[in-house]
Design a protein around this ligand. Structure first.
Ligand SMILES: Cc1cc2nc3c(=O)[nH]c(=O)nc-3n(C[C@H](O)[C@H](O)[C@H](O)COP(=O)(O)OP(=O)(O)OC[C@H]3O[C@@H](n4cnc5c(N)ncnc54)[C@H](O)[C@@H]3O)c2cc1C
Length: 414
């Protein structure tokens, strides 16, 4: 097959496949309603027309595209979990997982942009439920993408031990004074980035750790500095910066939820947030399979298409199986969440296994593309770059294993 190196747009267009598995992944009819199917079809049209065509070039250029970000807001992806009274869709978790999955088939950078905005808005609606005025002021514009709200937990001293927070908020009169810094914060430096949900230690440590509260901090407040854009291996067209807080004064109204309880409440509430990331892994595997399919059906070796060599077809089959695993694990967890079942084990297991599946699939895909699998304009190369972070963001494999081990009753002090 004559691949046109240097023409990323041509390489990135959607392969129209008549095979239902190829175009939609492993079928899960029990998991979805007709409304989900219709949302998936809307997403696929949007991704094919707006997201896929420029994905390769945006990644190469490390370019967050503001126009595209606004179009995604118009589509309704950011406010899926926001109640309708604040302009959101009031939809379920499966709908959000469909959005991150379908987007990640072509563009993991945009998928994580959606993920972080969607979870931040859902968290704000949850923690701020006693402040309807604040929610009315912030959420409707965030749903459309005119305002981005980031999630500020990780610090330079470590993200896995997330309860060890050095950023500190001290009460002064009716205000809070915040000092500290955050690291690797997605969506914090876009033209729309206006707030961060910031976790800061408040009060004195009892038994070794300070209580942690959540605040909604405007990024234009005096004393806030948005640091330089990180240069990244993957998610290159997403926006990630460090944040610095130097004597930042916010009113007591910026406190979200109960003082000293914000972090614990956020952790409890956000158990489900591993599933849209797991869905991204499922989407990325599908993206790998599409690129493999296109390549091995057109490229020839020893007188026949690559895909007619059994050893090659077996590798494609393995990628399809990995994608099936990721989809089943993701939507089993999301279905259970949407039906009120506990999902701690499901969310950790799906995140762990789907991310590993994505990394294996991307490794196979880049290998099957030969030299093209090492060229930055190939979709498989982009998926390989984007797969690595799927084992890191929303908790490393070790974190997921700690959670699963605890649920098994092992290592209670892990
Ligand atoms: C592109 C990108 C975007 C991100 N976006 C956000 C965001 O929007 N908001 C946010 O708050 N954070 C964000 N993060 C941070 C992310 O959640 C953390 O990087 C992640 O949780 C890991 O934390 P760390 O980098 O500090 O690694 P560390 O915590 O330093 O861990 C380093 C290694 O040690 C291992 N480890 C640590 N403790 C143990 C233990 N007890 N047992 C075994 N192994 C252990 C870890 O698994 C890991 O392999 C982002 C990160 C990246 C790279």
């Amino acid at each position: 097959m004559a691949r046109e190196v240097g023409d990323p747009v041509a390489l990135d267009m959607k392969t129209q496949s008549t095979n239902a598995f190829m175009s939609g992944g492993y079928a899960l009819p029990w998991a979805f309603s007709p409304e989900h199917d219709s949302w998936k079809s809307t997403l696929q049209d949007f991704v094919a027309s707006r997201i896929a065509p420029g994905a390769a070039q945006r990644t190469i250029d490390e370019r967050f595209d503001p126009d595209l970000a606004l179009a995604v807001g118009e589509l309704g992806a950011y406010g899926l979990l926001v109640p309708t009274e604040y302009g959101g869709q009031g939809a379920d978790l499966r709908s959000l997982c469909l959005a991150t999955e379908e987007t990640a088939v072509y563009d993991s950078s945009m998928a994580v942009t959606i993920h972080v905005q969607a979870i931040s808005l859902a968290l704000l609606a949850h923690l701020g439920k006693d402040h309807p005025d604040l929610l009315l002021e912030t959420l409707p514009k965030a749903v459309t993408g005119e305002v981005f709200i980031s999630f500020g937990l990780t610090e330079p001293t470590g993200g896995t031990d997330a309860g060890h927070i050095e950023t500190r908020a001290i009460k002064q009169g009716g205000d809070w004074i915040i000092n500290g810094s955050k690291q690797f914060i997605t969506n914090s430096g876009t033209p729309f980035s206006k707030y961060v949900i910031l976790f800061a230690a408040t009060g004195e440590a009892s038994g070794g750790r300070s209580p942690i509260s959540a605040f909604l901090v405007p990024l234009d407040a005096e004393g806030v500095t948005v640091g330089p854009l990180y240069r990244k291996l993957g998610w290159r067209a997403s926006d990630t910066h460090p944040l610095f807080f130097n004597d930042v004064r916010v009113p007591n109204a910026a406190l979200l939820g109960e003082e000293g309880r914000g972090y614990a409440e956020a952790l409890r509430f956000l158990t489900w947030a591993r599933l849209p990331i797991s869905a991204m892994s499922a989407g990325l595997v599908r993206g790998c399979l599409l690129d493999i399919d296109r390549f091995i059906s057109e490229r020839r070796s020893f007188g026949k298409p690559l895909g007619d060599h059994q050893a090659v077809a077996f590798q494609a089959a393995e990628v399809a199986a990995l994608g099936s695993l990721a989809r089943v694990m993701t939507y089993d967890g999301a279905w259970k969440y949407d039906h009120g079942h506990p999902i701690q084990q499901e969310a950790a297991t799906a995140k762990l296994l789907s991310a590993e599946a994505a990394n294996k699939a991307a490794y196979i895909a880049t290998g099957l593309l030969g030299g093209y699998g090492f060229m930055e304009e190939s979709a498989a190369t982009r998926h390989y770059q984007d797969a690595r972070i799927l084992t890191i963001g929303e908790g490393t494999p070790e974190v997921q294993k700690m959670l699963i081990a605890r649920l098994l009753g092992m290592g209670r002090r892990l």
